[in-house]
Ligand binder design. Structure first.
Ligand code: FE2
Length: 101
């Protein structure tokens, strides 16, 4: 991730663990530096931005789940897709992809 770059606020439908390898990032309202471990719970809004002057690197582990576990996460999934449904930008990008074919 280049200096000043990042990923804006979003939600994932699975747990994610991120380990910062290099640089300085801001996520969940805090600064994270190399070897910090960050846990993003399913459905929890989060973003990450490189606030340092140099490139930042991370390794992320996404804990995709099986169908039984998905049932437990239905509230999170409904929230996730509801947020997608009300985002005009999401539908614009989908429409652009469809029109390209
Ligand atoms: Fe994420």
């Amino acid at each position: 991730m280049n200096s000043g770059g990042g990923v804006k606020t979003h939600r994932d439908i699975y747990d994610v663990v991120s380990i910062i390898l290099e640089g300085e990032v801001e996520t969940l309202g805090k600064k994270a530096t190399p070897y910090d471990v960050i846990f993003y719970a399913t459905g929890k809004p989060h973003s990450i931005y490189n606030r340092g002057n140099n490139a930042a690197r991370e390794v992320a582990f996404e804990f995709h789940t099986n169908k039984v576990s998905l049932i437990i996460r239905i509230p999170y999934l409904l929230s996730y897709y509801f947020h997608k449904l009300i985002k005009l930008k999401f539908w614009k990008s989908k429409l652009k992809k469809i029109l390209r074919f």
